[in-house]
Design a protein around this ligand. Sequence first.
Ligand code: GDP
Length: 425
Amino acid sequence: MTVTAIVGANWGDEGKGKMTDYLAGQADIVVRFQGGNNAGHTIINEYGRFALHLLPSGIFYPQVLNILGPGVALNIPAFLKELDQLRQHGLPEPAIRISNRAQVILPYHLLLDAYEEARLGDQQFGSTKQGIAPFYADKYLKLGLQVADLFDEARLRARLQASLAIKNVLFEHLYRQPRIEVEALLPDLMRAGEQIQPFVCDTVSLLHTALAQDKQILLEGQLGALRDPDHGIYPYSTSSSPLAGFATVGAGLPPYAIQRVIAVAKAYSSCVGAGPFVTELFGSEGEALRRRGGDKGEYGATTGRPRRVGWFDAVATRYGCQVQGATEVALTLLDVLGYLDEIPICTAYDVDGSITEQFPEPAALDRARPIFERWPGWRCDISEIRRFEQLPRNAQTYVLRIEELLGTPVKWISVGPKREAVIIR
Ligand code: GDP
């Protein structure tokens, strides 16, 4: 039996979806344990190219049960739309379960997100405006709504009343926007409940039973370690923990259940939105990498925004592996670097004249300057290679140097966006 977490070592967009889709072939269950439809996992397989936002990346295998756990932020219209789009592609009907404890993103969360970013103006965080921060704020303010509440009209009305009492003060007096009344929300929410009811169950019991039956369970993280509210680049973080340590909480498994933590790290860096990004590349150098990155350039799967790109940052990624508790690393997008004569790796930061290999706290990050070492490139296409020994010598050296800097074995190397483009070491 194994429970494996597949999580990001960087700022997100590391290719976790691709790795989950690849590994799900041998899994029984794939669980999303945090976040919502605010990020995207791009997956390319025999059915086509998909940008999944909320659905777990096991949905392409009919034998895999896909769970949205209690820690997830559930946008019901987005869930139904994503499912519909998959059906239109002729996929076998996926098996999906939604936790009765998962909380629901409400229309006013989306509004609050948009109003607040507008209010902040050029100080805004670069939110995807999917309502994630207001949603998690409500959850911890005890003003959220669980899926099971949708099936009890009186309770639903009372929960909405409690939440809207505060929201309407903000709408009217801070944002100068119209009030929202409970009765205007109720019919749609009741209907949304009916629509998802066939998927809803006690996923925690289900997972515990699966654990006892030695099932293979994958816990799929969203975003990456550096977006963690405690350990990341706060306040440019996300609103739920993308760490493997939280995966057991957000899924509902014992903390000791996870045996393997696959930290997915990119062979270069990318970062969406605002915040410190030490190895960032600008101008034509950045554009050259952005254009070649990902499967269609480095542009956000949810927002289409150009992603900021930079060289591999061993300081940030080692820290990312550390806070994830990585037992192994999947190094992705190595193929992208094949156009370069020389590839820099950031091995340390200079913060106010002092050299450090430790990832500093956010307050110091803005002052950190990267220190690079340079490695020779391999200048060829490696996307068809499936054995480590067959990689060009310089590509092998680059991977081995990263492995040394991370102090964690690089067990997987992804050399292309398609499912099969993986080298196992
Ligand atoms: P996720 O959120 O971690 O799943 O990552 P995203 O899907 O947002 O971003 C990863 C991007 O890289 C997507 O466009 C993938 O199709 C693409 N991708 C994943 N692995 C590889 C790889 O090894 N090589 C290339 N060229 N693209 C990859």
